[in-house]
Write a protein that binds this ligand. Sequence first.
Ligand code: GCU
Length: 670
Amino acid sequence: WAEDGHDLWLRYRPVEAGAGYVPTAIAPVADTPTLRIARAELERGLRGLVGAAPAGADRVILIGTPASSPAIAGLDLPLKAAGEEGYLIRSATFDGRSATVIAANRDIGVLYGVFRYLSLIQTRQPVDNLAIVSAPKIKLRMLNHWDNLDRTVERGYAGQSIWDWWKLPDYADPRYADYARANASLGINGTVLNNVNAKALSLTGPWIAKAGALATVFRPYGIRVYLSARFSAPIEIGGLKTADPRDPAVRAFWKAKADEIYKVIPDFGGFLVKANSEGQPGPQDYGATHADGANMLADAVGPHGGVVIWRAFVYSHEQPDDRAKQGYAEFKPFDGQFRDNVVIQVKNGAIDFQPREPFHPLFGAMPKSNLGMEFQITKEYLGFATHLAYLGPLYEETLRADTQARGKGSTVARVIDGDLDGRKLTAMAGVANIGTDRSWSGSHFDQANWYVFGRLAWDPDASSRDIAADWAKMTFSPDPRFVGPVVDLMMGSRETVVDYMTPLGLHHQMGRSHHYGPGPWVAGGERADWTSVYYAMAGPDGIGFDRTARGSNAVAQYAPAVGACFADLRCVDEKDLLWFHHLPWDYRLKSGQTLWEGLVTRYSRGVAGVDAMGKTWGDMAPYVDAERHAQVTAFLKIQRREAQWWRDASVSWFQTFSQRPLPAGEALPP
Ligand code: GCU
């Protein structure tokens, strides 16, 4: 068969002869929508991996819940640890046969357990002596689709939106179930269907029906549907003159709207809202606050069990202060004022999904609010679909960063899994990279970013390297001669992108509006805050954004020990150097090089890194089908060319300020 990647990590190709796995029978399973899917998945997986079980196979798998299976109830399993969505996998003996039990408290946990069990075979781990218990550490594990109603996708590089709105609600494309299945394999349990830059139209009856049809497909896979809500909808579709959250008619509009949605989608998840940011409407248009706005919507969906996810990506280009400080400044004062069913969704960093950002200062700063994480899976600032950048290390770096909000060990992961401040409603969202492209994500390696996002949302303490290894085995080949080099390649790939795009803490150096390719020379135009000249602050005296007390003092938004470290040249990690400091071109780096030399060296190292990836990938040809190998090879060529472009453009531009020669061995095109 031709390999176009549509099967993702769920390929279930036969294991090698002698791998030690045997055909296994499946004991009868209760007939519920989710258990039917679980059983079919197990059947499909086992048949593909190890072949159909002969009648009377001496191995059997039992799946189910105590409520649906007397056999499982009879085993008296310690299911408490599995919680609402987790599962237990145990080796046991049943009716004199060796058995594997996949049990959970609810059907969805069984489905998750089945995927886990199959992944053990896919990654060639033993399945004879299992004692696994796993439960998600985060409650809402969500994708955010920035999909427009005309099927374009904002910042999407994988074709059109997979939601075929024209044919919904009447026709459910089979891809919807494929999508739900892939997400369920990771434990993702929510999806926001439409762009945060929302149209009010999406909240009208016909569109609610379309969302309802998707919800029907997703429901047995444990996935709830959410919608982005445009704050001014009461005016646009409600015939009101205002959207002021304190106005009784506005409150009544949203209450009625929520009631209408829940009639069609009884398990509707709730609203995601981008308000008063980048020109979107919001409560501040009426002198009301983010808390007023979020709470009003929370009151509308609350009685139905819904939540409001209110984004903290809020800034105004009319605000002259450092953009990195604006989200914190807008939200921190309202800590403790949001309803229990509100989540404040915070981007990993304070600017915008850059190749590298220090963690957002709001993490740890709002102990009396539910704070959720927003990562970007789609690579808006990391080379779109063609550049190979595995984002696991980026996510991990943020999750493991120590906010020190309650002393050492107060990691971002502890904030968002609710552990640090005893929060129950926890969330992690990823801006999806999914589209109509046959590979789903625009490139084969971009599937890994969807995968690692889902795995980390289940367990934010998991290792991105281990996850890369699982993905590489499941997606391509479990051969160690493949897995070793490819996991190393993946783990280094994001740093390589940082090197050729924005080394040493530089940020926001991309071409304007499309965000592709270098644009460090972009001049202010009408937006004084949004210029790359502004973010690099390059001049004859040096380069970097001073966020110490001498500059914007953004460091003061962090816990004192963290801010002090960022502000201190002896303490700050060089990877964040120019994020926090403006330094002379001759500043000495730890390596002994000057800042200018170190910058150039890193840009060049990035280009060399892509060469090395190309070389490694070339050596992998024996382990990968020709189709997928060729696409990755072609994309790496694009990346190589564009890494050079980034390096040459950036070095040339900054040299106009540094007025220094290139270090020995470095050159620019004539
Ligand atoms: C970035 C991105 C926009 C998006 C915005 C957001 O600025 O470029 O396309 O709308 O983030 O997250 O709201």
